[in-house]
Ligand binder design. Structure first.
Ligand SMILES: Cc1ncc(COP(=O)(O)O)c(C=O)c1O
Length: 377
């Protein structure tokens, strides 16, 4: 028998109560029943985002929300500053270029977290928007998001702070309003334990004001229209109804565990996985590891692409590898969303046994012992 295990930092595994909710009959999205569902979700999402403002529920992937955040708020000729420390930072730059905006790109070496010094050096002129990731998932790096938000708010009080929390919201506590974040984005297929298809974006009063003078082209991803709709417990167009119904089940699970416990579990899984992989003799690829995934260099001489294919074929574990310059060189072991310590123990065992077969010497029992002791199982 072969069983499949998903260990990618998106899409992430979907728990049974959520799967069951996904199979419920479709209701019409203009019905009072659906309005009630949206009404309930509005207050639940505000709790997760720690905001008094609305959190839009969009039917698109996370990138759609990144694009909409820019196209809905900015004007032709506006300047944006973007932290580019990997694939997803680069995506903000690409979106800014697609809309022909002036761009200050703060390029950071892969695996490093940006510093305020680098930001200061990279900004030429006051930006209309500052965009960055909390977790740069392509390298598994956590940026010092609180420090960045504080700095931007102080230095550029009118600047829109557009934050990609796609692999952060729901996995760590982020005080949207306190930090002065204008738009905090996330996606369903990450900590929210749902299939892909929904994105979320909180909208501050400052962002709403900016929307009034926005001149960039937009139609489907028009946050002003979506904001008006959600105030009436609606979405502008036909949403992914099943995903929205299942979002209730996912949030119920998160609330039953308790959000603080969800965050603590992510922190413990991240720290224990990090230590276990170091005990395996692997080298960390980032000095600021995120709670979403643990990124490690593979030993010299091991082809990551072949190794990961073999782990999937032999043991059924789908573990993420590196992208672009890191392709074949790193692994990104996910602990984002529906994972327990025992899931990670299985994945670490599979990785360890596969590496042993490739002739990489270490002891599986040392790896597991380190994990168990660090997690305090
Ligand atoms: C930090 C971050 N930003 C953006 C994205 C893109 O999201 P999507 O693939 O849902 O468009 C991802 C996806 O992994 C991500 O991790």
């Amino acid at each position: 028998m072969k069983k499949s295990f998903l260990f990618t930092p998106g899409p992430t595994p979907v728990p049974e109560p959520v799967l069951a909710a996904l199979s419920q009959p479709i209701v019409n999205h203009r019905s009072s029943e659906f309005k009630e569902i949206i009404g309930g979700l509005r207050s639940e999402l505000k709790k997760v985002w720690q905001t008094q403002n609305e959190v839009l529920i969009l039917t698109c992937s996370g990138t759609g929300a990144m694009e909409g955040a820019i196209s809905s708020t900015l004007k032709k000729g506006d300047r944006v500053a973007v932290v580019n420390a990997g694939k997803f930072g680069e995506r903000f730059s690409k979106i800014a270029k697609a809309f022909e905006l002036e761009l200050d790109e703060i390029k950071v070496e892969w695996g490093s977290a940006v510093t305020i010094k680098q930001i200061e050096a990279g900004i030429q002129k006051a930006p209309a928007a500052f965009c960055f990731q909390i977790n740069e998932t392509s390298t598994g790096t956590l940026h010092p998001y609180q420090e960045i938000c504080e700095w931007v708010r102080k230095k550029y009080p009118d600047c829109l702070l557009i934050v990609d929390g796609i692999t952060a919201v729901g996995a760590m506590s982020i005080a949207t309003d306190k930090l002065g974040i204008d738009i905090l984005i996330s996606g369903s297929q990450k900590a929210f334990m749902l299939p892909p298809g929904l994105a979320f974006a909180s909208i501050s009063q400052r962002a709403l004001e900016k929307m009034k003078s926005s001149t960039l082209p937009k139609f489907y991803l028009d946050f002003a229209r979506e904001h008006k709709s959600i105030l009436e417990n609606q979405t502008a167009f036909t949403p992914a109804i099943s995903l929205i119904i299942a979002l209730q089940a996912a949030l119920k699970m998160m609330n039953q565990e308790g959000l603080e416990n969800v965050y603590a579990r992510h922190t413990k899984l991240s720290q224990s996985t990090q230590k276990a992989l170091l005990a395996m003799g692997l080298k960390t690829a980032t000095h600021s590891p995120s709670v979403a995934c643990t990124t490690m260099y593979l030993p010299n001489g091991i082809d990551g692409r072949k190794l990961l294919k073999k782990i999937e074929a032999d043991y059924g574990f789908r573990i993420a590898g590196g992208q672009e310059q890191w392709e074949g060189k790193v692994i990104r072991l996910s602990h984002l969303g529906f994972y327990t310590a025992f899931d990670l123990i299985s994945a670490l065992t599979a990785l360890s046994r596969a590496l042993l077969k490739e002739g990489y010497s270490h002891k599986t029992e040392d790896v597991l012992k380190t994990f168990i002791e660090t997690y305090n199982l």
